[in-house]
Design a protein around this ligand. Sequence first.
Ligand code: CU
Length: 817
Amino acid sequence: MKEEQEEMDANQPMMKTESSRKARCMNQLLKWKVLAITFIIVSIALLIALIAVAMTLRKIDEKHQRKIPESRGDDNEVKACLEGFSPSPGESPRSAGVFDDLTVNEIIAVRDYLLHQTELNLTKIEQAAINSNYITSVQLLPPPKADTLAYLDGKGNKPERKAIAVVFRGGDDPPVVKEYLVSPVAVPTKYVARKIPGKHLDYVPFNARPYDFVEYIVVNQVLVNNASARLSKLMVESYDGYSFYPGCTEKCLTIRTTAPMGFTSEADRHHWITFARKMTGEYEHTVDLSLLVDHAGADISKWKILSVIYNNQTFASVDELVEKYNNDAIDKIKIPAPTKKPLFSSYERRGDPQPAKPMRGPELYEPDGKRYLVKGHHVSYMSWSFDFRMDSYSGMQLYDIRFNGDRIIYELSLQEAAATYGGYYPNPSWNNYLDSNWALGTASWELVRGVDCPSTAMFFDLVHMVWFGRPFTFRNAVCVFEMNTGKPLRRHYDSDYAGGYNFYGGMANQLLVLRTIATPGNYDYVFDFIFYQNGVVEVQTSASGYVYGSFYDSNSNPYSYKLHEHLTSGTHDHLFSYKVDLDVGGRKNSYETIEIGIENITERWFPNRTRIQKVLKRSVKSAELDATYKFNFDTPKYLNFFSDVKNSMGVKKGYRIQLESILKQLYPEDWMITPMMSWSLYQMAVTKFKENETQSSCIYNMNSPTDPQLDFRQYLLDNDSIINEDLVAWVTIGMMHVPHSEDIPNTATAANAVSFFIRPFNYFDEDPSMGSTNAILITPTDASSSGQNVQRYGTPDGPQCMPKKRDLDFNGTYIHG
Ligand SMILES: [Cu+2]
C-alpha cells in the first residue's frame, strides 16, 4: 500500500506538494485531538479518585469522631456498645466438671440412691421426726488435690465426682450424725462412711449437729407453743397485744435463738429462745421474755424448759411465772409497740431528699464489651484465670488461680464467719455464732443488678440441698464484673522542674470482682475476690444488714448503747477465716517472715558517729508451730511464701500475704468459746498441706464449743516441717463492732469492710501490668511543650457508644429448681 502511494506521488508532482501539506495539517489536528481526549480522560479519572479519597477520609473522620446526640432521646445517633468476649460454643475449660457444684440431677441421683439403701434405714426428711434417720444435705466433695493437679496438668485422669451426704441418725442408739461419700454422682453405685474432718471418726455426737428445720419445728411444737399458750395473757398485756401462737397473722411475736446450743457434744443441748415482735426489721424489736429450752438427745419426751426470764426476773418454770404474774407477785412491764411512721427499722425513705431532685448517679459501661470470658464457673480476665464453687456450709471457694497460665493459688476459700457478743441478757450474752453451722453458703440469695453488682455484671445461679428434701436453685446468687476504681493503678508526672514535663505515664485501675452476698439471718456479708492487673488479689468482706437486736434497759449500758426505745445490740466482733493454698512456682514452697527492724551502727564513713536505721531480718520458718503469726506492733513483718525458682535478678519468687484488718481474739485460750474457733487465735498460721486438713472449721463446732469436732490447733501440734513443702496459709481478719445509732436501720458497708491482699513479692521481673494496652504515655512534641504525643497503644479512643439497657429482673424467690 505504501509503495503504491509513493509511485502515484512521483507521477503527480504538483499534487504531491499540495497533498503532503494537507496531510501534515491533518496529522497535527489528530495529535491535538488525542491529547485533548487524553487530558479529559485523565482529568475525569483524577476527579473520581479525588472524590473517592475525600469520601474515605470522611468515613475515617466519622469513625473517630464522637457523635453527640442533639437530644437525650436521639438514640439513633449513637451505636450500641460492643458485646466483647463471648465463649465459642463447644470449647470447655479443662477444669469443667472438676470443681463445679453438683447439679440438680446429681443431687437427686445421690439422694434417691441413698434412700434406696435399706441398711441405712432412711426416712424422707419431709416425714422425719427427731428420732428418724434422714438426709440433711448433699453437696460436692472437692476432689483430692494431687489427683486434680495431675489431671489439670495433663498427667492424670479426670477425678471422679463425689458427693458428701450429711445424715442425722436420730434413730441410732446412741443417736449420731454420719456423713457418707457417694459416687459416681451421675449414677451412684457406692457409698462409704466418711471419716469426718477434725476427729476423723465416722460419726459426730448427735448434740453437736446444726439446728435444722426438723428440730426447730419440734422444739416449737413440744416446748414453745405450749409455754406461749400459757403465757398468752402476759404477752398480750406486756407487749401491746402481741403474742406467739401457731398460725398467728396479726400482732405476732416471733422467736430468736442464742447459740452455741450447749457446751459439750456429749451431754447437753440447750439455748435461749427470745421473743421479738414480728414487724419490718424484726431483729430490732426484741422484747424482754426468754425461755431456756433443753432439747438434748433424740428422745423428745425428755425435752423441757429450764428457765424463764421476764422483765429481768428469773423463774424456774413457765408455771411459776404465770402463777406469780396472775397473783401480781412480780414486777410487770408494758412495752408499747412503735407507732411512728415510717418505722425506724424499715427501708422507707425519710429525711430530706438527697439529691433534692431525683437524678441518676454514675454507672459503669463497657464501650468495647466484656473483657472477661466465662465458661461455666471458669473465669478468665486479662492474665488471670480461676474456677469457683459455693460450699453449702462454708461459702465461696476459688480454685486453680493462675496468672499468665502459671498457678499461684490452688485454693482460696472462706472457711468460717464468726460473731461473738457480750451483753447483760442471754441475748446477746450467749450469742457466739459460727455461720458455717447455719449453712452460710445457702444464704447467698439473689443479687440485685445495679445495686448489689454493677448493671454490667454477669450473674450465676447456685444449687443447694440443705435442710430440705430437694435441691433448690438460687438464682443470680454470684456475680462477676469488671470495674474502674476511678483511681490510677500507677501513674507518674515527670516534671522538668522548669515549668514543663518530660513525660506523663499512667494506667487506670480496671479490675475484676467475683462477688456473692450472704445473709445468714440479720447480717449481710458482701464477699469479694478482686483481681488486679498487676498480679495482686484482694479478699474483702463488707458487712451490712441488721444488727442483732436485744432488749435494752440500763443494765445493758456497760456492754452497748441504747439504739432505740428498748433496743440495744451487744458489742461483738466479726471474724473471718480464710484458707489460702499458695502454689508459688510449683507446690514446693517455704515461708519466711521479713521483719523490718532497727539497727544502731557506727557510721561507716564517720566512725565517731552512730546511725539508727531500718534493717531486714529474714527468718525462714522451719516448722508449723514456729510459723504462727500473732501481730505485734513492735515487730512489723512481711509474710512471704517463696519458691526455689528465681526471678531474673536471682531473687526467689514469692507471693506475700498482707493483712489489712487485724483483730485480736480477746478471749483466753481456755475460755469455753475459744476452742470452737481456735483459728482466730492467730492472724495467720501456716501448715503443710494434708488431704485430711482441708478446713479450719466445721459445721459441728458451734454446738460443742468445749470439745469441738475440729480444733484448728490440732493442725499445728504435729509441728510438721514447712521447708520446701506444699504450704497452706490460714488467715484471720476481723473487726470490732460497737453498735451505734447509725446502724439503724442497717449497718453500712462504708467503714465496715475487712480485707487482706495476696500480692507478688519478687515473683515477676517487673510490674506485669506493664503489658497493658490500656496504659497511656504522653510526651511533649518539642522543648516548649507546645503539643503532646499521646500514645494509647492501639486502644480506641471513642466513638461513644450506648450501653445496653438492663432491666432490674429481680425474682427474689428460691423455691424452685
Ligand atoms: Cu456487727
